[in-house]
Design a protein around this ligand. Structure first.
Ligand SMILES: Cc1ncc(COP(=O)(O)O)c(C=O)c1O
Length: 451
């Protein structure tokens, strides 16, 4: 007889598979790897950059110590490299102070678990990351959590007013109302309306009682001068209280840095469990973080950032035109607007494409060498199933054009299949759905190369 724990775990996994929730065992890596990366968070294509690799190797070859720090920073693991790198981050981001973490996940859990106090309240965008949610659930303010509709300023306004009514100590100025958002959301590829958000907080919350925390996991490195992020690009550094920059995405590594006030920093060092009870970053990792920052801040980094924005803007435009004639249930671009107060030229590299058949579409593209990923129900609500395409600095225009061509090819194959399934329809109704024959003319109309 199987032990009861195994029975319970297997039952849970079976149930998950029955609900068609993607379930993994990670026993094999993703080989053969497709030729074009259209999925990873490596927005600047730095993970495979030979110059960054060499810069890192040069750096560590000069260092007397490269391995582990030997403990948590509050025990014996507070090395010179950690202190120096925090100083660099503080200066670079023009922040009051900076605190290093082993990951963005740890930073969010540490901040949200430790910093809000009993009597405080927290409002969060309904789409914030799991690490923020985990932190919120362990927070002393966990009985006062309120979500607002994704990126909706009217919903945020209503929620702030409701919270101020329910927590008069905040309105009286003796407690804090925290607001948790991400600057760029990875699932929808859209931006938080930060300029309006800071204005709303100024308008509704007594001075000093609002605390805005922005997670820049997906925007660090790719917006603002030398990749300082979206808060900096929008000139909001002095109006946002805490900002998280992670190193796992555009910065091509692991680790994170939290920009916050000196008292928040000191409090987390002494009360933030993921900070206290984990071995600090190895010397080699901090050296790699340093090398990655050198690179992104250099001319070569600026070129990569420009390339990412140029490719993203052109892909967005071409995709919109290409999908205009496709029935929306087969393929449609995810609708999104740039929030007000954003300067020109801020483009998202993340493109969700809505389709009722995300798995077959991703498989079709993968067979052609394009690594996009399906996001099926229940990961997203029904009707919003999608594939996600992420543009990278070193994708090529030709490869992105070809991807659109392939998307169209697939869409017309699907339309043709539907026509056959509806062959009992009146010819007039049939004529209303696009046919495979119109595929070539559509490709020509959007100015893409033929297959
Ligand atoms: C918005 C957001 N915040 C935090 C994290 C966690 O960062 P890390 O991967 O460094 O643990 C992620 C990771 O996917 C994320 O997307």
């Amino acid at each position: 007889m199987s032990p009861p724990l195994s029975v319970a775990l297997e039952r849970a996994i079976d149930e998950r598979q029955r609900r068609l929730v993607p379930t993994q065992d990670l026993l094999h890596n993703d080989v053969p790897f497709p030729t074009a990366d259209l999925f990873s968070n490596d927005y600047l294509s730095l993970c495979t950059d030979p110059k960054l690799r060499q810069a890192f190797l040069d750096k560590i070859s000069q260092m007397p110590l490269v391995f582990g720090s030997g403990g948590s920073r509050v025990l014996c693991g507070n090395a010179h490299v950690h202190v120096l790198f925090e100083e660099r981050m503080k200066t670079f981001f023009r922040a009051p102070s900076a605190l290093l973490f082993n990951s963005g996940f740890d930073a969010n859990v540490a901040f949200w678990q430790a910093v809000p106090q009993a009597g405080d309240a927290i409002i969060f965008d309904e789409l914030v990351h799991a690490s923020t949610r985990d932190g919120l659930l362990g927070s002393r303010a966990r009985s006062a959590l309120y979500s607002f509709s994704h990126n909706s300023i009217p919903s945020l306004r209503d929620t702030i007013l409701r919270v101020l009514g329910a927590h008069p100590e905040i309105a009286r100025g003796s407690a804090t109302l925290f607001i948790a958002v991400e600057s760029l959301y990875s699932m929808d590829g859209d931006f938080a309306p930060l300029p309006e958000l800071v204005q709303l907080v100024d308008e509704l919350i007594p001075p000093g009682c609002g605390h805005i925390a922005v997670d820049e996991a997906h925007s660090t490195g790719i917006y603002g001068t030398q990749g300082r992020g979206l808060v900096s690009a929008l000139g909001l550094e002095n109006r946002v209280d805490t900002v998280l920059h992670t190193f796992g995405k555009a910065r091509a590594l692991t680790g994170a840095v939290l920009l916050c006030s000196p008292i928040v920093r000191k409090y987390i060092i002494n009360y933030g469990r993921p900070f206290i009870f984990s071995t600090s970053l190895s010397y080699a990792t901090v050296a790699a973080m340093d090398a990655s920052c050198d690179y992104i801040e250099s001319e070569a980094g600026t070129e990569l950032i420009s390339s990412l924005h140029r490719l993203s803007a052109s892909f967005e435009q071409k995709l919109k035109v290409a999908l205009a004639s496709i029935p929306p249930h087969i393929l449609s671009p995810f609708p999104r607007n740039t929030p007000s107060g954003f300067p020109e030229g801020i483009t998202s590299p993340i493109f969700p494409i809505i389709t009722s058949a995300p798995m077959p579409l991703a498989e079709f593209l993968r067979s052609l060498g394009y690594d996009t990923r399906p996001i099926p129900y229940p990961a997203v609500p029904r009707g919003q199933e999608r594939i996600r395409v992420v543009v990278h600095a070193k994708n090529t225009e030709a490869e992105l054009d070809d991807l659109i061509t392939r998307l169209l090819e697939w869409a017309f194959m699907m339309a043709e299949k539907e026509r056959k399934e509806k062959s009992h329809l009146h010819p007039r109704e049939l004529a209303a759905s696009p046919s495979y024959a119109s595929y070539a003319s559509c490709i020509r109309a959007v100015g893409l190369s033929k297959l």
